[in-house]
Design a protein around this ligand. Structure first.
Ligand code: F6R
Length: 607
């Protein structure tokens, strides 16, 4: 996700801003920029070192702000990178988050004569402050009015020639932390950039804003009332700080699960009207109404999210769906009849096989709709329409949070498609929406059982072979659970549909070959119980994933991890979380670097 760093003090700001941005590089970004009072603004696409080269020795000044951008609105480019300014270039700001009502604000400001230069949502904030300053007596009042008018999320850092010795900051939804030094103060989107300078920090809460000068800080709420808060001392090392206090990015990203769902829903699901809106699909909505077939094609974890999507779409939107490994699709002779739509799912947006598959589909005239995490990536650019995950970059090589978001977007897409095709009734539609809204809290409750899952993982870590089995919506989760385990712990694990057990895999079962059985309280629960009985009858050990309230499985399985109840269509999102945590602790317990498993790359840009 984007990174913010700001400084006000007596030292030269430029090297501090560059170091601050470098400390945030781990978050992933595609361009960088800064503004220094008295010196101006500089931006560069690509790495922070490109910006550093551009600055040379010319950027002198003691107050400034800087930003690394990870594109959400508008392609990665200098003009879209932050800081952004107003018409007169008197206000400069960097922003993390998404301004949801930027389109309506922008139109209003354009009608009042404001000139916009970028495609970002952020620029609207600078122009709105500029507009408000015309009628308000102080910069603070204009800022406050602006904060009340914008909807969405923001971590904002602002500098203005109106009050050049101050830095203004504000937070709603996107983290902002102040670093309190001696005769100098800092601000950043996460503490990793501040810790090298001071360990005395103040975390802003949502709905708070602040003014920093070299020797003071003041905090306010959105009514303009001053808040008193003392700095706290953080003891984290710089490395720990980057990982949010976790030992690995993988765990940090698993624990982000509830927020990942919220971020994926942002701007797409209205919690009051219970309506799903996917404006990114408006341009292809007419084609979607009439499609006859969907082929979902991707790789690895992304493909497994597509398998969940297949079941959702067929169940509620009633469109036939096929699942294809992209690596196969590109080489066999796929028949793409008129009315076929291709869906690709990709975190990186650069996976070579997925890219080749959509190119082949396009060559044959298919509509291509993708779920992509990386804005500006090749697959995003080459698709006809894209649903972006809006979850920030995934750094751990093993995909966790991207999967959560991909499945969430499939649920939204299914509702959208079902609605425009008239295949889903209002009652079912609202029911699914309500269950989606309830997901983040349910995920949080699973995350709170981390210790319990760790103890179970410790118990199972001596085994060298595992079978994962599921049915219906947990069938893809059996594959995903097995993939997570093998890629980070180098333990042999196979995912299987439980109904296939008798057709071969059951021959493997003995006391040294445990099974992870996904036995949630759904339409196929009884069948799963029979499969578990068959395994127990052959001395197999069973770890069951069950729904809270189930009282049978504790007598049958050796161990049980419970997840909250939800509708069948969404259960994959809950079932996968304990399996991510289970794999994590087995990998860590075996002493491996789970963030960088051997032989694997985060972005597979070659075949
Ligand atoms: C597994 C994993 C991979 C990716 C696959 C596709 O944990 O991360 O299986 O899911 O390489 O990558 P993207 O989503 O970048 O296309």
């Amino acid at each position: 996700m984007c990174g913010i760093f700001g400084y006000v003090g007596k030292r030269q700001a430029a090297p501090l801003l560059i170091d601050g941005l470098k400390a945030l590089e781990y978050r992933g970004y595609d361009s960088a920029g800064l503004y220094i009072v008295g010196a101006g603004c500089a931006k560069a696409v690509g790495q922070v070192k490109n910006l550093e080269t551009k600055l040379g020795d010319g950027f002198s000044g003691n107050t400034g702000l800087a930003h690394t951008r990870w594109a959400t609105h508008g392609v990665p480019s200098e003009v879209n990178s932050h800081p952004h300014s107003d018409c007169e270039q008197k206000i400069w700001l960097a922003h993390n988050g998404i301004i949801e009502n930027y389109n309506e604000l922008k139109e209003e400001l354009i009608s009042k004569g404001h000139k916009f230069v970028s495609a970002t949502d952020t620029e609207v904030v600078a122009h709105l402050i500029e507009e408000n300053i015309k009628s308000d007596s102080s910069f603070s009042e204009a800022l406050l009015k602006t904060l009340k008018a914008i909807r969405g999320t923001y971590g904002l850092v602002i500098s203005s020639v109106h009050e050049p010795e101050k830095i203004f900051v504000a937070r709603k939804g996107s983290p902002i932390v102040l670093g309190i030094g001696e005769g100098e103060n800092f601000v950043a989107s996460d503490p990793s950039a501040i810790v090298p300078h001071t360990k005395r920090v103040i975390y802003l809460n949502d709905g708070e804003w602040a003014i920093l000068t070299a020797g003071s800080y003041q905090l306010f709420d959105l009514e303009g009332t001053e808040i008193s808060r003392e700095p706290q001392t953080i003891e984290w090392s710089v490395e720990q700080t980057q990982k949010g206090g976790y030992d690995h990015f993988m765990m940090k990203e698993i624990v982000e699960g509830d927020n990942v769902i919220k971020n994926s829903l942002r701007g797409r699901l209205d919690e009051v009207s219970l309506e799903v809106k996917l404006p990114e699909l408006d341009s292809v909505a007419n084609q979607l109404k009439d499609i006859k077939r969907i082929i979902i094609t991707s790789c690895g974890t992304a493909l497994y999210s597509g398998m969940v999507g297949e079941y959702m779409i067929e169940e509620l939107a009633k469109v036939p769906v096929e699942i294809e490994y992209a690596s196969e699709f590109r080489y066999r002779s796929p028949i793409i009849e008129p009315g076929t739509m291709i869906m690709s799912i990709t975190q990186s947006g650069e996976t070579a096989d997925t890219l080749a598959a959509i190119r082949e589909a396009k060559r044959q005239g298919a509509l291509v709709v993708s779920i992509v995490n990386t804005v500006g990536s090749t697959i995003a650019r080459e698709s006809d329409a894209v649903m972006f995950n809006q979850i920030g970059p995934e750094i751990g090589v093993a995909s966790t949070k991207a999967f959560m978001s991909q499945v969430t977007l499939f649920a939204l897409f299914t509702l959208y498609l079902g609605k425009i095709r008239g295949t889903i009734n209002e009652e079912m539609y609202k029911k699914v929406v309500q269950e989606i809204i309830a997901l983040p809290d349910k995920i949080k409750s699973i995350l709170s059982r981390q210790e319990e899952i760790k103890l179970i993982a410790d118990k199972y870590s001596r085994f060298e072979d595992f079978l994962f089995m599921g049915r219906k919506y947990t069938f893809p989760i059996a594959f995903e659970g097995a993939l997570k385990l093998k890629e980070i712990s180098y333990v042999h694990a196979e995912g299987y549909g439980a109904g296939e057990m008798k057709h071969g895999p059951i021959a493997m079962i003995d006391e040294n070959f445990p099974t992870v059985a996904l036995a949630l309280s759904d339409a196929v629960y009884e069948k799963m119980v029979s499969n578990i009985e068959e395994i127990k009858a052959r001395s197999g050990k069973v770890l069951a994933i069950a729904t809270e309230g189930n009282t049978t499985l504790s007598n049958l399985a050796d161990d049980v991890i419970y997840v909250p109840e939800t509708i069948e269509m969404l259960e994959a999102l809950l079932a996968v979380v304990p399996l991510q945590i289970f794999a994590y602790y087995i990998g860590v317990g075996r002493g491996y670097n789970v963030d960088k498993p051997r032989n694997l790359a985060k972005s597979v840009t070659v075949e």
